[in-house]
Design a protein around this ligand. Sequence first.
Ligand SMILES: [Zn+2]
Length: 212
Amino acid sequence: MRLLLFSGGIDSTALAYQERPDVCLTVDYGQRPAAGEIRAAAALSRHLGLRHEVAAVDFSSLGLGPLAGRPSAELARAPEWWPYRNQMLITIAGMRFVAEGLKEIMFGAVATDVHADGKAPFIRSIDRLMRVQEGGVRVMAPARRMHPLALVRASGLPRNLLGATFSCHVLDTPCGTCRGCEKHADLIARLDSGHDDDRNRPRGKAKLALSG
Ligand SMILES: [Zn+2]
């Protein structure tokens, strides 16, 4: 069984379209936009004919930044940093499905991720950490070397599905002003305008950083 952590954002939607996982899992970990993520992920999964599940574990009392409705930490490389979020999501996915034959967990890290838990050392480490335990589950980030624009183009994700994605950090409908909504609108505008100069931009200089 191959699982995709699916927030309903652009990156994970492109992966859902490209990889066609056996199950798409949206985790409600107490983030403020959870209802919007679940609604988008469920609709997109249904459209793609993919199995969708939701796991709810309330970590809202332990979150930081706009996703949790709290001030951002000084450690944060971007305001929306939620400490140890990706290892928490990967662990929840493993806990839920390892006994049902889970072999692979995919998540939507991209080359422009600024947080440590979207970068290569973390991906290598969490893959090894999961692999040495029961089930030998692998952790993959198929788009880890790609800019979000290149990912969307390479995946062939149709424009109508792109419009159904959801990236807000603060509300369950797009607020239009948070960093998540701004990046979402910017990426769609670039795709619509055919402006794809960022595709070949060196990894360290890319400005976009979509999450989920
Ligand atoms: Zn927003």
